[in-house]
Design a protein around this ligand. Sequence first.
Ligand code: GDP
Length: 472
Amino acid sequence: AEVATMMSVPTTDIISACMSLGIMVTMNQRLDAETLSIVADEFGYEVDFVTADIEESIEEIVDAPEDLKARAPIVTVMGHVDHGKTSLLDYIRKENVIAGESGGITQHIGAYGVQLENGQKIAFLDTPGHEAFTAMRARGAQVTDLAIIVIAADDDVMPQTKEAISHAQAAGVPIIFAINKVDRPEANPEKIKEKLASMNLLVEDWGGKIQSHDISAKTGLGVKELLEKVLLEAEILELKANPNRLASGTVVEAFLDKGRGYVSTILVQTGTLRVGDYVLAGKNSGKVKAMQDERGNNVKEAGPSAPVSILGLDGAPQAGDKFSVLEDEREAKDIASKRAQLHREQSVRTQRHITLDEIGRRIALGDFKELNIILKGDVDGSVEALTDSFQKLSTEEIHVNIIHKAVGAITESDVLLASASDAIIIGFNVRPAGNARQVADKEEIDIRTYSIIYDAINDLKDAMEGMLSPVM
Ligand code: GDP
């Protein structure tokens, strides 16, 4: 209806234009960006996307290779609950002392940087777990360079371990295993490595390429060596950034402090942030009044891979929002308020995620090469059977990619992964649990549940052939 009004044509004309494209719509339905463009074209209009415009005005500058300098890796710690993620982050935080400073890191600002004896640095995101990692990714933020996945050697490769592995892999982030709690008499690190090998994850001791180290987050045994392996892995990635330009990066967390106003922790990813800079962060903006590092020291500038908390923004941006420094305060304010307005009106809310109904059309348009699926089932047997059958549906045009499969209900974490990776979720004899359904509605993620294997395979096959009749 909105589009019809904008183009001064009857709503029914828009609906029939959509029908001729094979899309059944109602008056109140929102069209995705692509459909909008095609439909508008039919009536001789061109669509100008306002959000795209805003982002264009702060377009990324491409750095010359000679301006790039090595930067510290940014690391996330993930793993099953109680396997020792927090203990590991705490141990590293407490033990690391930068030369000339007496104490460890006292502040919890959402991220911290440490320096090893050899002078090399690593930045850690201080919110452990793959949920936080993937929530940021779902907002478009790719911050993490490397993932440490903690597995307790007195336990097993658990469901959340597998989830963490899938989430890291879906993001294309290299993994380093920390086999933890080796101080415990029941610890059996070899059993864990064997289990990983059986999942096709070969660690170095087993002749594979994935780094792993036995540690105790309690006594500190092996932690130093683990960090050295992190740096080795980072070296392969050749992480670089240009420190000599206006800063940009990602918001890690933000809150309102009664005395100081809005405090936002950000990770600088390129350039150098300075006190006095005009910052645009998501829907907020402001002039940086002061900056502090994780040790509570006031700092005047922060370069690539440095986490800092800043004062001066006019609100609290969301974790995963991008920030950038603009030359002029007015521009920062304008863009922030435009974004806020867009957000309020939700006027150009485009459907971003793939649905089963849409697959055939997207394939026909030729811009769709990979179909990502998250598969959850009630028993191992059906999950494996469906994985096999789905993968066999891959054609030359489209590759079916099972990015995560597991036994169990569909969780919020599955939905976040789907949102971050543009996947659909298929459940076999399982349903969405807890908040999963609400989050899926909000994120516009397609969840399909089946109780007959044949139906699931057929639906997917039909969808890929563009034959699926839409669910009204
Ligand atoms: P998280 O849920 O993964 O963050 O796990 P925590 O760091 O909270 O650890 C869970 C429990 O395991 C706590 O009681 C820790 O004290 C204990 N723990 C963690 N690492 C070790 C370790 O290396 N050795 C031993 N013995 N206990 C540990």
